[in-house]
Design a binder for this molecule. Structure first.
Ligand SMILES: [Zn+2]
Length: 429
């Protein structure tokens, strides 16, 4: 079945397109971007009037915790991918800290089978660097790649040993796999639950200093230069980390980086009142860090905006602040928070935002999509840029409610998401 999106504001930074046009989609692929789609309007064909709407290549999230297998009470493939498409994402990369972890080809294959059965978005598994997410003992990366892993990571269990990182990167480099790292020197964050600083002092809580993130960002960038292995730095949260990554890129290191909407939209003051919905790792930092992250996005130091969607059940987040688990959900608010904070304020253009949320994520891991070039997959997001809406976690498709944006009035609403030519999400369309 053919679909024609008529009169859309088509924004595709991969081709430098930012204009009113029609987009024609045939079965599974993009057929054409054209001023006049009338010749295509033959046979069985759905025509969607997109006046006032923005049409982009489907958003791609490099950093999602789908929680399956093992933690289906927090999230699973069905609910996680439903949340993704409701947020305008046509594809997500999922992290390996499940139970069992994604450290064996059979687990990756089992997950991909579930995706085929119940998933509505594309899912790209990221495998563990080490067996059992342990401090050492590399996984069989070749077999994991063969089973469908698109990268390897230490997320949630940052490698403390530089030697293990070195061998992991040498192995990954041989296979052309990117290593994605959560940067945290654990010796500097023991028993800490938020950013180190005035707010933590007022709250009487132990803080994580920004340098705990930065020493590993520096180490991992140096290791990328040394081994030649592609490195992707997950969830950058500090000004210092931005400066180090900028330096590493200048030196020619094959390094990319992502941040998340909460690291430019919120500071550690969101934790006040012992708000566990503002507890994540790395923690929310200061206004200077937020400003540096926006600067890093604008000058290309930070390539992508990801969510680090980390669902937790309400009873887990209801514990006291120091005991509650780290992490927040993000799939259903990421575009609107970014649009509201960056585009509506004039800090960033719409096409730069689409670049950070679709084209660049595709490039970082060489994934399909991130473009509307004819012949590419018909993965499309449609947004109403003028629609104001209020975040109500109770209405999320995700199984979890742990958002720091509850009650926020945002601009920019995903109204239709198409994956492989199929409209898998519609909101009033
Ligand atoms: Zn992490």
């Amino acid at each position: 079945m053919r679909t024609i999106f008529r009169n859309a504001h088509v924004c595709d930074p991969s081709q430098g397109i930012d204009k009113i046009a029609d987009v024609v989609v045939d079965e599974v692929k993009v057929l054409a971007i054209t001023e006049d789609s009338t010749p295509y309007d033959v046979g069985s064909c759905e025509v969607i009037d997109c006046s006032g709407l923005v049409l982009t290549p489907g958003l791609i999230d490099l950093h999602v915790h789908l929680r399956e297998p093992g933690y289906e009470y927090k999230e699973d493939v069905a609910s996680g991918t439903a949340a993704a498409v409701a947020g305008g994402f046509s594809a997500v990369c999922c992290m390996p800290n499940t139970d069992p972890p994604l450290d064996e080809p059979s687990v990756i294959r089992g997950l991909l089978k579930r995706v085929e059965e119940v998933g509505v978005a594309r899912v790209y598994p990221v495998a563990a660097i080490t067996k059992g997410l342990q401090p050492e003992g590399l996984t069989e990366m070749a077999a994991l790649k063969e089973a469908g892993a698109v990268a390897v990571t230490d997320d949630a269990y940052p490698l403390q040993s530089a030697e293990v990182l070195r061998r992991g990167m040498e192995y990954a480099a041989q296979l052309g796999l990117t290593v994605m790292t959560h940067c945290e020197d654990k010796s500097l964050t023991r028993d800490a639950c938020m950013n180190e600083g005035l707010t933590a002092t007022i709250m009487g809580l132990r803080g994580m200093p920004s340098v705990a993130e930065e020493v590993q960002v520096a180490r991992n960038c140096l290791m990328s230069l040394y081994t030649g292995c592609r490195l992707h730095i997950l969830h950058v949260s500090t000004a210092g980390a931005v400066r180090i990554i900028r330096w590493a890129k200048e030196k020619g290191a094959p390094v990319t980086a992502e941040t998340c909407p909460h690291y430019f939209a919120l500071t550690d003051e969101a934790c006040m009142g012992y708000n566990t919905s503002a507890k994540m790792n790395p923690p929310l930092r200061t206004q200077q860090d937020c400003d540096a992250i926006i600067e890093g996005l604008l000058d290309g130091t930070i390539d992508a905006i990801a969510t680090d969607h980390a669902p937790h059940a309400s009873h887990e987040k209801a514990q006291e602040f120091a005991l509650a688990p780290f992490g927040i959900v993000g799939l259903e608010t990421a575009f609107a928070v970014s649009y509201t904070e960056l585009v509506s304020t004039g800090k960033m253009s719409l096409s730069a935002l689409v670049d950070k949320m679709s084209c660049q994520p595709a490039k970082v891991l060489a994934l399909p999509g991130g473009t509307l070039r004819p012949g590419s997959p018909a993965d499309i997001s449609l947004f109403d840029p003028n629609r104001k809406w209020t975040v109500r976690a109770g209405e999320f498709r995700s199984k979890s409610r742990n958002t720091p944006f509850e009650g926020w009035e945002l601009r920019g609403k995903p109204v239709l998401t198409m994956v492989g030519g199929r409209a898998v999400y519609r909101h009033g369309m």
